[in-house]
Design a protein around this ligand. Structure first.
Ligand SMILES: NC(=O)c1ccc[n+]([C@@H]2O[C@H](COP(=O)([O-])OP(=O)(O)OC[C@H]3O[C@@H](n4cnc5c(N)ncnc54)[C@H](O)[C@@H]3O)[C@@H](O)[C@H]2O)c1
Length: 275
């Protein structure tokens, strides 16, 4: 499998969860990756595991120089940038909108929105001379409908869908595709609170809320990201690929099951307090 033999991709948040699965999958298919993350130990360990095709670059996605540095490191050490995965994320501010502080709003938006904006900006600048490239940003099912996540997270993830369309319009004539992916609940450290704090109970919770009745692993989302990055998707730009086992399209017309059985994180989305 060498679908990504000529590819060099920066993956923000690449030290954990969906980002780590994406980095592994890219290298398994012949690609080269920069793991751009705040977590130094996990990031370096993964880069070592992946060998010469990978390097770790300590990156805070809210800091413009860090994003520019990760892109520069990729170009200097691994070859022209062909892909950018704006994946770094946190749940961020939780609770009623009536109680959410402006500071918590700003911190959450800095990671989930500013980070994606900076990633698209610097990737596009690097890709422009080669007239080739694809940028994929992580939205969420909370980015396509309400009630599935905390308020600020939901706002930011809807914003990812918006900037994806906007940047795709500008960058298409330059040969650069811009897409997003919207996962449903996926078993990663971010979603541990949905279960009892361990992988098994998180997977069981996700499976019990899945119309298909199956849990979602980081590799399931990585496969969607690789599709969008690959030439198989050469006609696809400005698109948000929803990978959620049908949670947002179950057609019941009611609130999705995910809402009805919401665990702590989701209950703190604010609906309960706000009525
Ligand atoms: N897990 C899910 O159910 C789910 C569903 C929909 C969308 N997503 C999105 O997928 C993406 C990846 O999430 P995950 O579930 O793999 O979570 P995760 O917690 O396993 O990984 C997130 C990574 O982002 C990194 N990160 C956080 N803040 C950063 C910053 N400022 N700069 C650089 N790196 C930073 C963390 O260190 C971590 O390695 C996120 O954008 C998340 O919102 C996840």
């Amino acid at each position: 499998m060498d679908r990504f033999r000529d590819h060099c991709v920066v993956v923000t948040g690449g030290a954990s969860g969906i980002g780590a699965a994406t980095a592994r999958a890219l290298v398994a298919e012949g690609g080269r990756v920069v793991i751009a993350d705040l977590q130094e130990e996990a990031g370096r360990a993964l880069a070592q595991e992946l060998g010469q095709s990978a390097l770790f670059c300590r990156t805070d996605v809210t800091v413009e120089d860090d994003i520019a540095g990760a892109v520069a490191a990729a170009q200097k050490k691994l070859g022209p940038l062909t892909g950018m995965v704006n994946n770094a994320g946190v749940v961020g501010a939780v609770g009623s909108i009536m109680q959410t502080s402006a500071d918590a709003f700003d911190r959450t938006m800095a990671i989930l929105s500013r980070g994606v904006f900076l990633g698209i900006k610097h990737a596009a600048r690097a890709m422009r001379p080669h007239r080739r490239g694809c940028i994929v940003s992580l939205s969420s099912t909370a980015g396509v409908m309400g009630g599935l996540g905390p308020h600020v997270y939901t706002m930011a993830k809807h914003g990812v869908v918006g900037i994806t369309k906007s940047a795709a319009a500008e960058l298409a004539p330059l040969g650069i595709r811009v897409n997003a992916i919207a996962p449903g609940g996926t078993v990663t450290p971010m979603t541990r609170a949905l279960g009892a704090g361990d992988v098994e109970s998180t997977a069981a919770f996700i499976a019990s809320n899945s119309p298909l009745g199956i849990s979602c692993e980081p590799e399931d989302i990585a496969r969607g990201i690789l599709y969008l990055l690959s030439d198989d998707a050469r006609q696809v730009t400005g698109h948000t690929l929803v990978v959620d086992a049908g949670v947002t399209t179950s057609g019941s017309g009611e609130r999705p099951p995910f809402y009805e059985q919401a665990a702590t994180t989701m209950l703190h989305a604010g609906r309960t307090e706000a009525g």
